[in-house]
Ligand binder design. Structure first.
Ligand code: SAH
Ligand code: SF4
Ligand code: F3S
Length: 440
């Protein structure tokens, strides 16, 4: 009989979750497990889950249902991440074949929890409830991207937007020291990465526990490490967005020309209902700082349509926001009522059809805006980092500093390496991508 321990891990949700999975994989490998490509070959099946909208939550229960018959053959299941923290022990009731339920704030204890599952324990939990002050730092991170390295600088969220599960699923805000972030960044660069993405649900609410650096100073310090070519950061909250951040993008060339600044709504009344703690004008002031920068900084955002009580006029205010800001991309969502959140008691009065209609109208308008913005790039030269290849169309896929997808062709017979940089002249534009030719 083989005693080899194998695991299959599937990840849902945001980049924080994707990066947590990289640390979980590293931890499992450290505990003697080997990663396999599918559920059937694995002795342990893990789902790192997302609960941001109802659809995301349902996905994991569908997966568990699809694979539960494998339990009889001795496989074990683990539910990690935001649904795990939110549902806790209720998961064992709903899916009795699950052996381990752990939220992200308990991953430090994974080796110990895994040992208990291996010893045959059936209901092992790691659930936190906004108690912990600790962050999950490990040298065992198994980075899955060959070109972009993530570093979580702040975990959790203390903002409590009325619609959002994150403060309950990821615990309270806790920042890493700038020294430990810089040390990890240097290590990553030594491994050959050139692009670093700093992560946090509220990345710019990061505060150095040792008081040595502001967030903007941390950005500068990461950007100035020898060997770094690109630094990104996600997701900024308007409330914590300072002018200093724009100044530092202006003065440190490796900081990418891109800010993701979720607005959620263009209506001050709805923003207030959402507990976003800013007004439309306050948000637009931050946008004006970004627009006054020396480089053109691409702007992207998240928007929720159909929040309880959103009137047609208030929705129009959000539509106007698209026109006023001229975003390079918008991630639009229909409001989804979530467990534990304050908005749950507000009447979700807008029908699914009306929410869908508002989202369609919004995204269609945005599509036209992006088409118009991207046409301006035709004829320009830009630096593109190679991310992949489209062999059927004979194109190389990469990203500009502004995070725009650039599909380009080259007359060179040698394919560029993933993670390398190319100079590209833009020859065409679509709403979601640019087309170009390599400058050799
Ligand atoms: N921390 C980030 C966003 C995290 S979640 C911020 O504060 O902006 C990513 C996006 O999901 C949010 O920006 C929001 O637009 C969307 N979202 C969160 N909760 C939602 C809900 N209950 N229904 C619909 N969309 C939601
Ligand atoms: Fe959710 Fe608001 Fe925190 Fe973002 S800031 S994670 S939307 S509670
Ligand atoms: Fe989802 Fe949790 Fe991220 S709810 S979006 S995985 S923080």
């Amino acid at each position: 009989m083989t005693t080899e321990k194998t695991f299959y891990l599937e990840t849902f949700g945001c980049q924080m979750n994707a990066h947590d999975s990289e640390k979980v994989i590293g931890t499992l490998v450290g505990e003697g497990y080997r990663q396999v490509e599918n559920e059937v070959d694995a002795s342990l099946i893990l789902y790192n889950t997302c609960s941001i909208r109802d659809k995301a939550e349902q996905k994991v229960f569908n997966r568990l249902n699809d694979y539960k018959k494998l339990y009889k053959s001795g496989k074990r299941f683990a539910v990690l991440g935001c649904v795990a923290q939110q549902e806790g022990e209720k998961i064992f009731e709903r899916a009795p074949y699950v052996s381990l339920v752990s939220g992200s704030a308990s991953y430090r204890k994974l080796p110990e929890m895994l040992a208990r599952v291996e010893a045959g324990e059936n209901r092992v939990t790691g659930l936190d409830d906004r108690q912990t002050d600790e962050t999950f730092e490990t040298e065992l991170t198994s980075r899955q991207s060959p070109f972009r390295a993530y570093i979580t600088i702040i975990e959790g969220c203390d903002k409590f937007c009325a619609y959002c599960v994150v403060p309950y699923t990821r615990g309270k805000e806790r920042s890493r020291t700038s020294e430990s972030v810089l040390e990890e960044a240097r290590r990553i660069i030594d491994q050959g990465y050139t692009e670093i993405q700093l992560l946090g649900q509220n990345v710019n609410s990061w505060k150095d526990p040792e008081g040595k650096r502001s967030f903007a100073e941390l950005l500068a310090a990461v950007g100035e490490i020898a060997g770094v070519r690109r630094v990104r950061f996600m997701t900024s909250h308007p409330r914590d967005f300072t002018r200093e951040i724009v100044d530092v993008i202006d003065s440190v060339p490796t900081l990418c020309d891109h800010v993701h600044l979720p607005v959620q709504s263009g209506s001050t009344r709805i923003l207030n209902q959402m507990n976003r703690e800013y007004t439309r004008d306050w948000y637009l002031e931050r946008i004006s700082w970004i627009k006054a920068a020396k480089r053109r900084i691409a702007l992207t955002t998240d928007i929720i349509v159909g929040f309880p009580g959103e009137t047609p006029e208030e929705f129009i205010e959000t539509m106007d926001m698209l026109h006023d800001v001229q975003y390079d991309a918008v991630f639009g969502f229909k409001y989804s009522p979530r467990p534990n959140t304050p908005a749950l008691v507000m009447i979700d009065s807008i029908s699914e059809e009306e929410k869908a209609r508002r989202l369609d109208v919004l995204l269609e308008r945005q599509h036209e805006i992006q088409r118009a913005i991207n046409i301006n790039y035709i004829g320009q030269e830009m630096e593109v980092m190679v991310e992949g290849f489209n062999t059927t169309r004979n194109q190389i896929m990469g990203r500009s500093s502004q995070y725009k997808t650039v599909n380009y062709t080259t007359s060179s017979l040698i394919a560029p390496a993933v993670g390398s940089y190319a100079r590209v002249r833009v020859t065409g534009a679509h709403p979601n991508s640019l087309v170009g030719e390599a400058i050799l």
